[in-house]
Structures are given as C-alpha cells and as structure tokens.
Design a protein around this ligand. Structure first.
Ligand SMILES: [Zn+2]
Length: 119
C-alpha cells in the first residue's frame, strides 16, 4: 500500500529529529493533488507508530488545494484536476501547489515542558 510506505517514511523522519522525546502531535500537509489519501495516512499512522515515541500522538492533516500557472497566457488559477485546462484552452499548465506531502510541525514532551519544533 502506497500510503503505508509514505507514512512509514514520515514517521522515520520524525523519529530521527526528536531523538528520545515523546511526540504528542504531528502536523502534516497532504496536497489535494498529491494522490495521497489523508484517511489512509491516518489509519497507517496508528499502525506505524505502535511501540514508537509517536504512539498516541495526535495527527493533524491540512489539505492545501492545488494551484497552477498557464505557460501560454500566464494566468494563475486553482487546480482541482490532475489534468488541468486553462480558460484560454491551453493544457500547458505548470502545477505550482497541492502536490506536497510534508511534515509542518512536531510537538513533543520533554519531561515536564512541551517544546514546539518547526521544520
Ligand atoms: Zn492560459
């Protein structure tokens, strides 16, 4: 499963950064055009984090919408379709957003205090 591998790499990257601190919250961006299902990632997250420092951490997923720019007329617009067409009729569209899958922030518990790390 595609999402399982993605979630595993996200969790590995977080573990690498936090060392031995217990993670309480992970913030993710999963672009609307990334082809990654947020619900599947949520499910995989619970499985992958079992017996790790992320176990029980809450997962917050933002879904940025897609955006693009027409290479013919220069127009910028919202993209909901993987194969966008510009209002001018061109299909030569540069997708400029909505394809990302990334960790935006991690919250962890270091003994008594909670630190916030921005990546
Ligand atoms: Zn155009």
């Amino acid at each position: 499963m595609h999402e399982m591998a993605i979630t595993q790499s996200i969790v590995d990257a977080v573990v690498e950064r936090v060392g031995t601190a217990r993670v309480t919250r992970v913030g993710l961006q999963i672009g609307a055009l990334s082809g990654v299902e947020a619900d599947s990632v949520r499910f995989c997250f619970d499985v992958v984090t079992r017996d790790t420092l992320l176990e029980g951490a809450s997962l917050q997923i933002a879904r940025p919408v897609g955006s693009g720019r027409c290479r013919d007329c220069g127009d910028r617009f919202r993209v909901d379709d993987p194969l966008p067409v510009c209002a001018c009729g061109s299909v030569d569209i540069e997708v400029t957003g909505g394809q990302q899958v990334r960790v935006t922030d991690i919250e962890m518990e270091a003994a008594a205090d909670v630190r916030n790390v921005r990546l």
